[in-house]
Design a protein around this ligand. Structure first.
Ligand code: UDP
Length: 407
């Protein structure tokens, strides 16, 4: 049995998903914590308080819990969080002493937590595994207009040099770590992310549409955070270009319906394009009802400039829905061109519109692609991800015990 400290400083696994800073990473950390706990390990996920109403400890299930620690004002934005790392470190160490737990291994998520993991690994003398989820340099390369601080890049590089192990979701990400940050290839483990197959499975299309109040015959869906890197402009423009736009609804799930400048901008764009009557912006919705959205959709679209993995596409596939996505990052690794969906190499609306037209005009194609998509998703459970990570942890712990014994 291992005692594992998972660090997710800015991303709370129990926070509402699909808002500005809550997405795939939160899901990843929560699913793994649960899987590790189910296997008899003791798992604490450390995150900061985001809300005064957060209880300090939230049980995630057998053996796994989220621990909230005070670090900076509740509403601090991600950009300003770095300065509160010392406060978090102090709170974490006091928690550990009070509880009398000696963790065996630390797994940090994102660069901010990577920096915390480095410090704790030295203090506690235990291995540190880091997963970045996104990298500053990859984001900057993906889309003009992205901004990232030099502090972030420098910390990412230092964490890559000092961590005992690095986990990425794809071979491409591994290459990025090596080429852009000079990380050492032999310390990187590629473990593709997974999907919750108990939640994401096909529901009846008509039932799902009825539950969601969708009247139209054809449904196109986007789910995810609302930010420029996701390329939602491209989707709106593609819908405006559809050959047969009658009886079609575009549903955009994610973001906040209040004070979300990007969402307002997208609403403005749909008006400019004259498609506002066809588009519904739902704001973020609890993950538990997403299967209805995926099942109601004829096609799921993810037109991102970059995706390190793209969990939402895999969730749509698990619900038997074909996907039309940008040919970027992790999406290339689990979507088979023309078999489980379409991968579009260009970041422009025309090819998206063309693929949408093809799929929506061919029910048989849509059905066979949806079936193939589901079959692919069935191979990618979180349970498999957890097994592979635990093997990696075991190797690192064995190495560290050997080096202690040899010292
Ligand atoms: N999600 C959600 N509700 C929403 C929007 C998104 O539960 O309104 C979840 C979705 O199910 C997925 C995650 O947020 O698991 C987004 O992960 P993804 O890897 O697609 O995107 P990221 O946020 O990492 O860019």
């Amino acid at each position: 049995m291992y005692r594992l400290a998972l660090l997710s400083f800015h991303g709370c696994p129990v926070a509402r998903l699909g808002e500005k800073d809550t997405g795939g990473m939160n899901v990843y950390v929560m699913q793994l914590a649960k899987e590790f706990g189910r296997r008899g390990h003791q798992v604490d996920v450390f995150t900061r308080y985001h809300d005064p109403l957060d209880p300090q400890i939230v049980e995630l299930g057998e053996g796994a819990r989220v621990v909230h620690l005070k670090a900076g004002p509740y509403d601090t934005t991600k950009q300003d969080l770095y300065q509160f790392i010392p406060e978090f470190l102090t709170a974490l160490d006091s928690f550990r002493s009070e509880q009398g737990i000696d963790y065996d291994l630390i797994h940090s998520h994102y660069w901010l937590s990577g920096s915390i993991g480095m410090a704790l690994s030295e203090d506690w003398d235990v291995p540190h595994v880091a997963t970045f989820h996104t990298l500053a340099k990859t984001k900057l390369r993906a889309r003009a207009g992205e901004q990232e601080s030099e502090v972030r890049t420098n910390i990412e590089r230092t964490v890559m040099q000092r961590a005992d192990g690095l986990v990425v979701s794809t071979e491409m990400e591994k290459d990025d770590l090596v080429k852009l940050y000079q990380a050492s290839r032999c310390r990187i483990k590629v473990v593709p992310a997974g999907v919750d197959l108990e939640l994401f499975y096909p529901r009846g299309k008509d039932d799902a549409k009825q539950k969601l109040g969708i009247q139209e015959n054809r449904v196109i869906l986007y789910v995810g955070r609302i930010e420029p890197l996701k390329g939602i402009d491209i989707l709106l423009k593609a819908v405006a270009l559809l050959e047969d736009p009658a009886d079609t609804r575009l549903v955009i799930v994610g973001g906040s319906l209040e004070d979300d400048l990007e969402l307002e901008r997208l609403k403005g764009l749909s008006e400019t394009l004259g498609i506002q009557e066809k588009v519904t912006f739902t704001g973020s919705v609890p993950q538990g009802i997403l299967p209805d959205f995926y099942s109601a959709a004829d096609v799921f679209v993810l037109p991102s400039y970059y995706e390190s993995f793209g969990l939402v596409a895999l969730e749509a596939m698990a619900c038997g829905t074909p996907v039309v996505v940008s040919r970027v990052g992790g999406l290339k690794t689990f979507i088979k061109q023309g078999e489980t969906g379409y991968l579009i190499p260009w970041r422009c609306p025309e090819p998206f519109a063309q693929r949408l037209d093809i799929l929506m005009a061919n029910p048989d194609l849509k059905e066979s692609m949806g079936k193939a998509a589901r079959a692919q998703a069935l191979e990618m459970s979180w349970s498999g991800v957890a097994d592979r990570l635990l093997d990696f942890y075991s190797d690192l712990l064995a190495e560290s015990w050997v080096s202690v014994a040899g010292a």
